[in-house]
Design a protein around this ligand. Structure first.
Ligand code: FES
Length: 145
């Protein structure tokens, strides 16, 4: 059995050019939802919990792609830059912090979620989940990240 046997396919390497990101939502073990941003850092394909380490309510990808340059993810609020491959930040307000990783695996050009702590729910951010509501206005909790 290989790591990707029962793993959810997220996208393909071809569909994720260098310095581009792909946002998706996962279900945590405790039943909560969390956003993950998958990135192509040039030297790596990596995935990170979609929030800054300076202010954890600040999303890195606000639903229209993370700002990236030269293999770094740029926080939209104060501009700290995180290495897209290591998740580490050595500058600005988030200096000395590291993003929280989510395990992904690249196999035969496909990218899979292989993190055992969460499971794939849907592409896009938490608020983009319309399956449960069938297009009805959201009446329950409104999560903000
Ligand atoms: S919130 Fe990201 S650097 Fe301040």
């Amino acid at each position: 059995m290989v790591a990707t046997d029962d793993a959810a396919q997220l996208t393909t390497v071809d569909a994720l050019p260098e310095n581009e990101s792909f946002l998706f939502t996962v279900l945590e073990r405790d039943g909560s939802k969390e956003e993950v941003v998958l990135v192509n850092g040039g030297d790596c394909i990596a995935a990170w919990r979609n929030f800054c380490q300076h202010e954890t309510d600040q999303r890195l990808d606000r639903g229209f792609g993370a700002a990236m340059r030269d293999g770094e993810i740029i926080c939209p609020k104060h501009g700290s830059m995180f290495d897209a491959c290591s998740g580490h930040c050595d500058n600005g307000e988030a200096n000395g912090s590291t993003l929280i990783s989510v395990d992904v695996t690249v196999e035969a050009g496909n990218i899979y979620l292989t993190d055992r702590t969460c499971e794939f729910l849907h592409e896009g951010g938490i608020e983009e989940d319309t399956d449960e509501d069938e297009g009805m206005p959201s009446s329950s909790s409104h999560l903000t990240f």
